[in-house]
Structure formats: C-alpha cells, structure tokens
Design a protein around this ligand. Structure first.
Ligand code: CDP
Length: 224
C-alpha cells in the first residue's frame, strides 16, 4: 500500500496554524482536518447536554456523539468553548475516542486526495508520528491574542483583548502540562515563529519548510 502523505501542523493557541494548514492543503490539493474542531465539538456537546467538561463520563459521551461534518459551525468559535475544549482534551479517554477518526483521515483522506494536512497539538507526536513533514507554529502570546481578537471581531464577537491573552496563556499551560499528548514540538518538527510575519509571509515560510519532503513523497507515488 502507498504510504499516506501527511503534513502535521501543530502549535500553540491562535498561532495561525489553522490558516497555514488550510493554505498548505489548497496548495497541494490535499484534504484538511482541523483536529481542534473535534475537541471544540465535544465541548459544545457537553455544555448543550448541561454536563461538566471536566467530568470524564460526560466528556466521553459527548466525544462519541460528535459529527465532524459540523466543524464549520460558528458556535464552536466562542471563547468559553475554547476553554472547555482544553478541559475535555486533557481527559485521556476523550483523546482515545477521537484518535481513530483522525488516523482514518490521515490514512484515507476524503475526496480521494493524495494527502492530508492536519492541524492540532499532537499530530506529529501521537496521531501520525510518521508524518511526511512536521511544523510547529508559535508566536508571542501578545501577537496571538491580537490576531484572535481581530478574528473574533470579524465574527461579530466583542471580547477584551486582555481576556483573550489570559485565555491563551491558560490554555497553553493546560495543554502543555497535561499527562497525555501534551503540547510540545515533535523532535523532528520544523519550528516556525510567526510573531513578525503576516499571513502571506508565514505561508511562504511554511511552504519552504515542507515543500521538498512533500514533493519527494508525491514523486514516489505510483502514477494513475
Ligand atoms: O484555534 P486554537 O488554537 O485556539 O484552538 P484549537 O486548535 O481549536 O484547539 C482547541 C483546544 O483543543 C486546545 O486548546 C487543546 O486543548 C485541544 N486540542 C488538543 O488537545 N489536541 C489537538 N490535536 C487539537 C486541539
């Protein structure tokens, strides 16, 4: 069987990894999965069922009910859902429940795509350690908070930038300190700091880091 082509784009909260992953997928004609949306959908499910995101039984039940096709719903982009997502994401049984979907996506990208780009926290370390290419995206917390503020504003949400900064710091700490699949760069990931890069410059830098390996993998695929 041909080895799947996978680009793992991990990184800190609001580092721009989602936008970069989407652009990389478009560039190569690959399928894109925002793995954070699975945790956000799980969090939304717990809250809608009046459950407690920190309760294992509530969170695992919600993880089993999510419909990944709903990942475009603006409801999961609310700040309290991001916070609850990082709480459910620290529960090992929740992560185990969401793992198979992510691995299937990597192994058999939808739409017959030749490859997959998956963004998250643990794609290069746990979900697909044999990824063709791995990026770890970060930026200064203040730069990330400002970008998330602009993003939420464009969605019609009024949130204090200082509150977003506090949320980002809290989630990074929780994501880095959890026992299972903590946020940390894979040993073989290329690090990309986007603090001083606009989106076009960040994309150019990301492409330069992954291009050679991905093109080599595409060439090695049997034709047809
Ligand atoms: O876009 P942003 O960086 O704010 O968050 P996200 O990627 O949508 O992820 C939301 C939360 O889900 C994170 O804070 C993590 O706790 C969790 N997550 C995770 O644990 N593992 C992943 N592969 C993706 C997200």
């Amino acid at each position: 069987m041909t080895k799947p082509i996978v680009i793992a784009v991990d990184g800190t909260a609001a580092s721009g990894k989602g936008t970069l992953a989407k652009k990389l997928a478009r560039h190569f004609g690959f399928a894109h999965l925002d793995s954070g949306s699975l945790y956000r959908l799980t969090a939304l499910g717990v809250i809608r069922a009046s459950g407690d995101p920190g309760n294992e039984a509530d969170a695992v039940a919600a993880a089993g009910r999510i419909d990944p096709a709903q990942s475009d719903t603006p409801d999961i982009r609310q700040a309290p859902i991001a916070e609850a997502a990082s709480v459910v994401a620290a529960i090992p049984a929740v992560r185990a429940r969401l793992l198979e979907f992510q691995r299937n996506f990597a192994a058999t990208p939808p739409g017959g795509a030749k490859g997959a780009v998956i963004d998250g926290r643990d794609i290069g370390t746990v979900v697909w350690p044999e990824a063709t290419s791995k990026l770890f995206v970060d930026a200064r917390p203040e730069a990330r908070a400002h970008r998330r503020w602009l993003e939420l504003k464009s969605l019609g949400q009024v949130v204090e930038e200082a509150a977003i900064l506090a949320d980002i710091r809290r989630r990074d700490a929780r994501d880095s300190q959890r026992a299972v699949a903590p946020l940390k760069p894979a040993a073989d990931a290329a690090l990309l700091d986007t603090s001083n890069l606009d989106i076009d410059a960040a994309f150019a830098a990301a492409l330069a880091l992954v291009k050679a390996r991905v093109e080599e993998a595409l060439e090695a695929r049997p034709r047809g």
